[in-house]
Design a protein around this ligand. Structure first.
Ligand SMILES: [Zn+2]
Length: 76
């Protein structure tokens, strides 16, 4: 399991996928979605929506959702 290099949070596949999409495909250290939002001056909700768009496009870095996950964070 990858962890955030800034805060140490455990990362989901969506989070590592977003790092690869937003930073670089070959990144080896990752940020969690909250730290990514801070880094890119955006919101967690916007990043979740972006991950969902990649998923809808069939991107293999964003596996289909089996259970509620990041969307719940965005709604909180
Ligand atoms: Zn973090």
């Amino acid at each position: 399991m990858e962890t955030c290099r800034r805060c140490g949070a455990a990362l989901s596949m969506d989070e590592t996928g977003l790092n690869r999409k937003l930073i670089h495909r070959g990144v080896e250290t990752f940020l969690c979605i909250r730290c990514l939002a801070a880094e890119f001056r955006t919101t967690v909700g916007a990043l979740v929506a972006q991950a969902d768009r990649f998923r809808a496009a069939g991107c293999s870095m964003f596996p289909p959702k089996r259970s509620p996950g990041l969307a719940d964070i965005a709604d909180a």
